[in-house]
Write a protein that binds this ligand. Sequence first.
Ligand SMILES: [Zn+2]
Length: 314
Amino acid sequence: MSVLSQPHFHDEAKAYAFLESVVWAGGVVCPHCGVVGGRVYDLSGVRGSKSVKNPEGAIRHGLKKCGECRKQFTVKVGTVFEHARMPLHKMLQAVHLIVSSKKGISAHQLHRVLEVQYKSAWFLAHRIREAMRSGDLAVPFGANGGAVEVDETYIGIKKDAPHMRGGWGHKHTVLALVDRESGQSRWFHIDSAKFSNIQPIVLENISREARLMTDEARVYKPVGKQFAEHGTTLHGGHVYVDPTDRTIHTNTVEGAFSIFKRGMKGVYQHCAEHHLHRYVAEFEFRYNTRQANGIDDRGRAREALRGISGKRLT
Ligand SMILES: [Zn+2]
């Protein structure tokens, strides 16, 4: 027995039942008329059109009919899985592999393990990343006067950027905020680490009562004045924890970045700039649902699947 021997990873009908139990935990939602918990009929035994591969037509698993608007749907309608041709049980395997791999899993590896085309694996991974992307902003960090760490990191090389000696202008910039109390984080792909990019994110996501923690970078100085406290450490002077107040540091956010950088370098060697926000979302998701926050691989997979609705890949 292994985690992947659970029936919903192998049986298509059970895969639909599993996904329905996660996505419709609060009652079935008709994607056409929006009715929640209305009359819904199971349409069992319906088959799709006949083909060479399926002379009798493939069984349409999970097919429902809404008693209100009389339209048909499955749990995949209106989600990132909607137009994927791959069997659902394989997609659930992929979700489990992605959420349980600390540094991510390459499309090449998914292609080999799931025995699907490389292109299909690549698209599927992006569908799953989209599901992992956090939705609307919740409460601001640090509302009880807790410490919130903010830092930026630089990865990859921008397309067509001239290589510069020193500086980070030719690299992609990722900004992250970690709420030390809740262990939650929010990550942003920004154009560059300039004040006008960083200030709005910091002000929107962090409560003014918070203790802001950053390194000595000048960009944080003006915005830091708006918070109850602004603790800084002099990284240029190799000071990583303030000797007089050991709660002043950015070691938590830097720990999160080190997993991100190892994953982006080791697993996702190439990443176009317009996809970067999804990779960032993937690492943010795994960080926020990590073991230290009391969530195991199964719980993390369910959490990712709860995010499939209302998002579609373009
Ligand atoms: Zn309906």
